[in-house]
Design a protein around this ligand. Structure first.
Ligand code: FES
Length: 121
């Protein structure tokens, strides 16, 4: 059963602004993930470029280009659509791994999936 996990307040995600990072277990491995707001909606992805499995932010939590239109990978410039994670330019090989989010009463939650689980402490 997918389970919603609260990780930030709605106000933490500003249009085209800094991402909010969170950690997940993806296929049994600890991975960084990040959430952004684009055209009013919240979206989240694994912080893992599809070109080479590296984290993408060029400054901590900064993924958007200066116009707030695309998500960029700092390493070789792969460019992704913020709403779908699809590759739109650069050397990416496919899209980002998307994580389902929901927003309710000013709180943002990510949703578990069979290959996506919370970290156990
Ligand atoms: S690692 Fe992201 S573009 Fe090469």
């Amino acid at each position: 059963m997918p389970k919603p996990i609260a990780f930030c307040h709605s106000a933490d995600l500003q249009e085209g602004g800094l991402a909010v990072p969170f950690d997940v277990l993806y296929a049994g491995q600890t991975c960084r993930a990040f959430a952004v707001r684009f055209e009013g909606q919240v979206h989240a992805y694994l912080n893992r470029c599809s070109h080479i499995a590296m984290e993408m932010d060029y400054q901590p939590d900064r993924f958007f280009d200066p116009d707030g239109r695309w998500l960029l990978c700092a390493t070789h410039g792969a460019t992704y659509a913020p709403d779908t994670g699809d590759c739109v330019g650069g050397p990416c090989r496919g899209g980002l791994v998307k994580i389902t989010l929901s927003e309710m009463d000013g709180v943002v939650h990510w949703h578990t999936a069979s290959n996506l689980q919370p970290l156990e402490f």
